[in-house]
Design a protein around this ligand. Structure first.
Ligand SMILES: Cc1cc2nc3c(=O)[nH]c(=O)nc-3n(C[C@H](O)[C@H](O)[C@H](O)COP(=O)(O)OP(=O)(O)OC[C@H]3O[C@@H](n4cnc5c(N)ncnc54)[C@H](O)[C@@H]3O)c2cc1C
Length: 527
């Protein structure tokens, strides 16, 4: 195979078109007037925000069920308005946004932190004081988490002063969620309820940092929103901003290597994913930004011969967990079973640590958790009714088929998938009788599907897992040890659409130079 030189002049190359990559690319185009090339390995842009359809009427979002802070005037909304030139519209979810479904009761969460606190107090009056304190602590820990994650924006001399100033809140945020809950609460059911959203950051309470837990919990305090037109509307409305400065988003292009010369990133080698036998392409630019995640960027895209600091730490850091998703096309409106578009977190146990069952057979036959949502009820332009059920599952269950191609895997893989889908549907049916009768179409994605389409290591969905140890990793940052190479997205900040987008803003700010982030945010918020 030969190498074809693509000497087109770009100011910036972005690897991957997830929300982190698109955010950085669009800000560098619009605010810094840069010509940006985004290279995406999938045949569609958007990363986890992309949608797909079947039968012409069923459409699902892959990695977007709800996003917080999208009300008029809120920061998330202001950034999306800036990126999309006001083209991206948001639909608010019902006021009753989440249902935490447990064996003995269902706890409803409304889009108002005061009501959330009052409802918790009404259900668990004996824990009133601890609940009151919890609502203060999540605010403090979330604020600390955000300041800590932005620390690299400050000049070095200021960093230690800022760190010392917020140290007190850091002590809470650096605990595991379980440590915090055990320290302040007695009631095991209440502890379970408070940890119910751990699927939003992918780690059960014993492993997650209370900082990331707090960041996500407070993110959804005012409710959840969904893009009108589904997740795909995000890429569709942001790409024109990149193109307006002569930039491009090219799909079916997998970056195979970041070219480093004299310790400076200067370009990328690229493979056409639909024509594997064709020449590799090379693109050059003075700035290279990766949205492919820290693990992929450092261990797969930087040549192994490069003397990378922290290589061993990255190799040895624990891996994130995977999920299965059952995509359902419905023949009838789920509103007839009283679903209104809220999320349902269904737990058969109060012990969240039991969810990831080491016994592979048990995890397939009797799942202890299912997350249920209805994309079509959240999207006013949906053609057909749809539902999604997400289950937690270990990658190892599917790893034997990893080397086989998508849609060409053994029959055993298909049989296992059918079993997993059936068990998750049965679990939902147990809590919502009649659900099964709504179903017209079933399809299941596994961690292998995620690995294939998103390129994430072992199909993990939230990047480097948000344990307390992650908070101090020098390689979880926008800046890298290599000149002119930057990270964006989840691993530059935190998981979730908002987390990856803020990672994107931070990276654009750093590339812009001193006070870049401040200038960008002032422009965005003053619009
Ligand atoms: C099932 C599921 C449900 C979720 N639900 C929600 C939710 O309700 N709300 C929420 O806020 N968040 C949710 N998330 C998380 C959220 O989608 C992600 O945190 C966020 O979208 C990540 O954005 P990113 O830009 O960091 O990375 P990604 O979206 O992963 O984008 C990375 C991109 O890089 C591309 N890429 C990788 N390697 C290469 C390469 N070598 N060359 C070229 N391209 C490459 C990938 O194909 C991909 O497009 C969910 C995720 C999943 C999977």
């Amino acid at each position: 195979m030969t190498v074809a030189d693509k000497q087109q002049r770009y100011d910036v190359i972005v690897i991957g078109s997830g929300i982190g990559g698109l955010t950085t690319a669009a800000i560098l185009a619009k605010f810094c007037r840069k010509k940006v090339l985004v290279l995406e390995q999938h045949f569609t842009a958007g990363g986890f925000t992309h949608s797909f359809g079947r039968k012409g009427k069923f459409h699902w979002d892959v990695g977007l069920h709800y996003v917080g802070e999208m009300g008029k005037g809120q920061m998330g909304r202001a950034i999306f308005d800036y990126l999309s030139n006001g083209k991206l519209q948001w639909q608010k979810m019902p006021d009753l946004m989440e249902k935490f479904v447990y064996p003995d009761f269902t706890f409803d969460v409304y889009s108002d932190p005061k009501q959330y606190q009052a409802d918790l107090t009404a259900k668990f009056p004996h824990e009133q004081k601890a609940i009151q304190r919890y609502f203060k602590d999540v605010q403090s820990a979330a604020t600390w988490f955000i300041i800590h994650s932005f620390i690299e924006l400050f000049p070095i001399w200021l960093q230690s002063i800022v760190k010392a100033g917020v140290q007190k809140f850091g002590e809470i945020a650096r605990q595991t969620t379980q440590q915090y809950l055990d320290q302040h609460f007695q009631d095991p059911q209440l502890k379970a309820v408070l940890a119910s959203q751990w699927g939003d950051y992918g780690l059960p309470p014993s492993q997650s940092s209370f900082g990331v837990h707090s960041n996500i919990v407070t993110h959804f305090f005012e409710g959840g929103w969904h893009p009108v037109g589904g997740g795909q509307a995000i890429a569709q409305t942001i790409i024109p901003t990149i193109e307006s400065m002569g930039g491009q988003v090219i799909t079916q292009r997998r970056v195979t290597e970041i070219i480093i010369e004299n310790d400076i990133a200067v370009g990328v080698t690229v493979q056409h994913t639909a024509h594997l036998a064709t020449d590799l392409e090379i693109y050059y630019a003075p700035v290279i930004i990766s949205d492919a995640g820290a693990f992929n960027t450092y261990l797969k895209l930087i040549p192994p011969s490069y003397p990378l600091p922290h290589r061993e730490s990255i190799q040895q850091f624990p891996k994130g967990s995977g999920v299965v998703t059952v995509y359902l096309g419905l023949k009838e409106d789920p509103q007839q079973l009283s679903f209104q578009g809220e999320n349902h977190w269904i737990y058969t146990t109060y012990n969240h640590e039991e969810i990831d069952q080491p016994d592979a057979i048990a995890s397939v036959q009797s799942p202890k958790f299912a997350y249920l949502s209805f994309p079509s009820l959240k999207n006013p332009s949906a053609k057909g009714h749809t539902a999604e059920i997400i289950g937690s599952i270990d990658y190892s269950l599917f790893s034997q088929w990893q080397m086989q191609r998508w849609r060409k895997r053994d029959a055993d893989y298909g049989t296992l998938k059918s079993g997993v889908a059936e068990s998750l549907i049965n679990l939902v049916e147990r809590y919502y009788p009649g659900f099964q009768d709504l179903i017209e179409y079933v399809e299941l994605s596994t961690p292998l599907t995620v690995e294939h389409f998103d390129g994430s290591d072992r199909g993990t969905i939230y990047g480097i897992p948000c344990t307390p140890a992650r908070l101090d990793l020098p390689w979880i940052a926008s800046k890298t040890p290599i000149k002119n190479l930057y990270l964006t997205g989840t691993d530059a900040f935190s998981p979730g659409i908002m987390g990856a987008m803020m990672g994107g803003v931070k990276t654009a700010g750093i590339v812009d130079g001193a006070f870049g982030f401040l200038k960008i945010m002032t422009t965005v918020m003053m619009r």
